[in-house]
Design a protein around this ligand. Structure first.
Ligand code: ARG
Length: 461
């Protein structure tokens, strides 16, 4: 039974062992791209017809047959058969069953080696499009959330210690920059995806005078591969996409981490939308940020998947090896995760409620304007290191008195440096502090507004 089904079985006397078949079939995974397999076969059949390997009537039959199979699979009426190993041979066998002998001509000059890379690239181009669309949605939610908050004060952190005052809009727009770079990376890696391998055969090329450029155009590829040996063994494009996914996932994980910290009762900076939180089965008061935790936790597998793909590639001699069948499971898992994680993160961003009073409280904590104080002294002519030391003394004094820097009297301050005048108090005001950071990309509301205007232009919103 098994033997009969095998399209490559001619030279074999024995049937494939049951355990070998169980071990090697990939149908559960590669049926994911059955549409791409069918599209690739139709384009290939058309090229065969143009090259007069198929008669026009034969091409027509094959095309109709393949479209029928697509409908059957779409409506879940297709019987996938493990004994036929993979999506390619399942569809080919079904075609023969549906249209008879002529189906046997479809694989002329083609190998599953050029077929599988073609299918994968087509599928990945489609998924890359979906990822880019979701990333754009996330960018939009960030801009929309940041726009009303350009003048909202919050403490900026380094080492998770309160550092300097910043604008909340500025903080949110930091994530905009990260995800914008992610989007650019997917746009760039599309260039390596959009190169058609079909027509490379098993490894040596194809003798049937196929118009590869025409096939590329029909399938939506920009170019055709230039070396058939590389074409069937190249999986760099998968590594690239998986790296892009990993880095985007790391960014998703970082924003989730902040949302988790910010929504804790200790921080209380943020309330995540209730519909994205869960309760505890034992502690009735709990409202847990599970979605953010799952985004953070799930990012781990994208890193693991990337490492497993890279490890898969590193010892392979040219050209195709069956090892490559193992490329799909990690890739698909990463794609699935990142699409749903971007989506849920957009919803968290859009629905987040900021507790700006709590943020403001912390802005008046921890001598947040100490750097501004030192810079004031610099503007009065002191070298920065000296200014730094004097500011340190002022902080010591304030701490001793359990007061803010701004609450120290001018007489007290003048004892630290004669240069200090009444105008120092302006520098100890967090709003004045952020407004002064007008360097390009700085936290001054005027600058953050500029960043937002540019972002809105880029996003066409
Ligand atoms: N299922 C295989 C894969 O995913 C298809 C290519 C098989 N080619 C071969 N020569 N056995 O890589």
């Amino acid at each position: 039974m098994v033997k009969k089904n095998r399209s490559w079985g001619g030279r074999f006397k024995q049937e494939t062992a049951k355990n070998a078949l169980e071990f090697s079939h990939s149908i559960e995974i590669d049926k994911t791209f059955y549409r791409e397999d069918i599209a690739g076969s139709i384009a290939y059949a058309e090229a065969l017809a143009k090259a007069k390997v198929l008669k026009p009537s034969e091409f027509k039959k094959i095309k109709i047959g393949l479209n029928q199979i697509q409908k059957q699979i779409d409506s879940k009426k297709f019987n996938w058969n493990k004994a036929l190993e993979d999506v390619h041979m399942n569809i080919e066998a079904a075609l023969e069953k549906n249209i008879g002998e002529v189906a046997k001509k479809l694989h002329t000059g083609r190998s599953r080696n050029d077929q599988v890379v073609t299918d994968l690239k087509l599928y990945m181009l489609k998924k890359s499009e979906e990822i880019k669309i979701s990333l754009k949605e996330l960018l939009k939610s960030l801009v929309q959330k940041a726009e009303p908050e350009t003048e909202t004060l919050m403490p900026g952190f380094t080492h998770l210690q309160i550092a300097q005052p910043i604008s909340l809009g500025h903080h949110l727009m930091a994530y905009y920059e990260m995800f914008k770079r992610d989007l650019n990376r997917f746009e760039n890696s599309d260039n390596n995806l959009s190169v058609l391998p079909l027509g490379s055969g098993a490894l040596a090329g194809n003798r049937f005078k196929l118009n590869r450029k025409k096939m590329a155009k029909n399938l939506g590829f920009k170019e055709v591969t230039q070396n058939s040996i590389d074409a069937v063994s190249d999986r760099d494009f998968i590594a690239e996409m998986m790296f892009n996914i990993s880095l985007a996932s790391i960014h998703l994980s970082r924003i989730s981490e902040e949302f988790i910290i910010w929504s804790s009762s200790q921080f209380n900076y943020l309330e995540l939308p209730e519909e994205l939180c869960t309760g505890s089965s034992i502690m009735p008061q709990k409202r847990n940020p599970d979605m953010a935790e799952l985004v953070r936790g799930g990012a781990a597998k994208t890193i693991g998947n990337l490492v497993s793909l890279l490890s898969l590639l590193k010892n392979q001699p040219l050209a195709y090896n069956r090892d490559n069948q193992e490329d799909k499971a990690p890739l698909f898992a990463s794609i699935d995760y990142v699409l749903s994680a971007i989506d849920i993160t957009s919803a968290m961003v859009a629905g987040a409620k900021f507790n700006i009073d709590e943020m403001l409280n912390d802005v008046f904590d921890g001598h947040i304007c100490a750097t501004d104080f030192a810079e004031y002294l610099v503007l009065k002519g002191l070298p920065f290191r000296e200014a730094h030391a004097i500011t340190g003394k002022a902080v010591q004094l304030a701490e001793k008195k359990d007061a803010l820097l701004a609450e120290l009297s001018l007489t007290e301050l003048k004892k630290l440096s004669k240069k200090i005048e009444k105008d120092v108090y302006k520098y100890l005001d967090p709003m004045t502090s952020i407004s002064a950071k007008t360097s390009v990309g700085g936290t001054a509301p005027s600058q953050v507004k500029k960043q937002i205007i540019k972002a809105k232009m880029d996003l066409k919103i």
